[in-house]
Design a protein around this ligand. Structure first.
Ligand SMILES: *Cc1c(COP(=O)(O)O)cnc(C)c1O
Length: 384
């Protein structure tokens, strides 16, 4: 009998969040309310911040969008970002009426290269969006120095980087905004969900207003027992608020994020040891004085060295019952961006090469020793 298909990033859902969702349902308060406020305060505290620095939203995409709108940049301003990211990073820049400019990644760290950022700065550059890829922090020392020198806003896409630290400082607290995802595959899960951190509480307040229609008061204050209060619309806002049902899951997921990271570390270490004799490239070890969130474990499959193309490797793993991911085909591989901007993948060769060779192996706190052995056996079989 074949064991069940091993999914690539299984969420670890436990009884605590099931009971909290149950209690939330029974309370009758499903929308934005006390559980969102609790989750925001808990998340802010986890990041070493006061509660007025964190706002729950319904996705990281929403967080990125309202962060960029809250920056108040002139339409068409250039925003430098990485070509090795999920499309949402780029789309948020476009939806904010801004112009994305790609700066290539470092071949080893797979993070945006500060030299490439510097080379991409023009008189129209106003912001940098960094992505802490796979959970590895970007070189925030050099990036913040560049931002300060050129007067640029910094937004951190922390979709992979809840637990990430760089020289003792939490990812998401370097820039003007930090944007987090609680999508089902991420290190903290709410189904769909996100969080926005802001250094300046005034900017966070603006983002909060934008996340709920541009209304100046939260709906749950509006309908509370303090009596009806009129709201005023002060911005052309969006419908991006987080629900208590989502926060009910997140509260317990976040409480376990550190123990889950230890289990990710075990899986990471096991892969490192057992895959090292095989003809593929393993992730670079975390840099000193940083903390890697170990969101993704990515290997590079070079056809000549491995004896199989990356795409044949993906099919082979699937046939052996092991789920994988690709993070990511570089942004200029996609037709929309090619047509709109005339981008070609060759212009960002490191991101192109990684995007064409990378495979994300299963990574989850739920992986058992047997699961890990199965993954490595499958890779070994394909290599021989
Ligand atoms: C998952 C992800 C997003 C989008 O997150 P959602 O919460 O699904 O909107 C954005 N950027 C990166 C790098 C991601 O991995």
């Amino acid at each position: 009998m074949n064991p069940p298909f091993l999914v690539f990033a299984a969420p670890d859902i436990q009884e605590a969040e099931i009971a909290e969702v149950d209690a939330c349902m029974r309370s009758g308060w499903l929308g934005t309310g006390p559980r969102v406020a609790r989750f925001e305060a808990q998340f802010a505290a986890y990041k070493g911040l006061q509660p007025d620095h964190a706002a729950g939203v319904n996705s990281c995409t929403a967080a990125l969008h309202i962060a960029l709108v809250s920056c108040g940049l002139e339409p068409g301003s250039e925003v430098i970002t990485t070509p090795l990211t999920f499309c949402a990073t780029i789309n948020a820049i476009l939806h904010a009426g801004l112009q994305p400019v790609l700066a290539d990644v470092d071949a080893q760290t797979q993070n945006i290269d500060p030299d490439a950022i510097e080379a991409a700065i023009t008189p129209r550059t106003r912001a940098i969006v960094v992505v802490h890829f796979a959970g590895r922090p970007c070189d925030m020392g050099r990036i913040m120095a560049l931002a300060n020198k050129h007067g640029l806003m910094v937004i951190e896409d922390c979709a992979h980087a809840i637990e990430t630290r760089y020289r003792g400082v939490e990812a998401g607290t370097f820039g003007d905004f930090g944007c987090f995802s609680f999508y089902v595959t991420k290190n903290v899960v709410t189904g769909e969900g996100g969080m926005i951190l802001a250094r300046d509480p005034a900017l966070l307040a603006k983002a909060r207003v934008l996340a709920l229609h541009g209304m100046d008061k939260d709906a749950w204050h509006r309908f509370s027992d303090k009596g009806y209060r009129h709201y005023q619309v002060v911005e052309s806002g969006f419908k991006y608020n987080m629900m208590d049902l989502q926060a009910a899951i997140g509260i317990h997921q976040l409480a376990r994020v550190e123990s889950a990271l230890l289990r990710r570390q075990r899986a990471w270490d096991y892969y490192m040891q057992t895959l090292s004799p095989l003809p593929l490239e393993l992730p670079a070890p975390p840099e000193p004085d940083t903390r890697h969130a170990m969101h993704l474990y990515t290997v590079l499959i070079d056809r000549d060295r491995f004896g199989l193309s990356r795409d044949d490797f993906l099919d082979g793993m699937n046939a052996l019952g092991v789920g994988t991911g690709v993070h990511y085909l570089s942004i200029p591989e996609h037709p929309y961006y090619q047509q709109r901007f005339g981008w070609r993948p060759e212009q960002w060769p490191n991101a192109m090469k990684i995007g064409r060779e990378t495979v994300s192996l299963p990574m989850s706190p739920k992986l058992t020793d047997q699961d890990l052995e199965r993954v490595v056996a499958a890779v070994t079989k394909l290599a021989s």
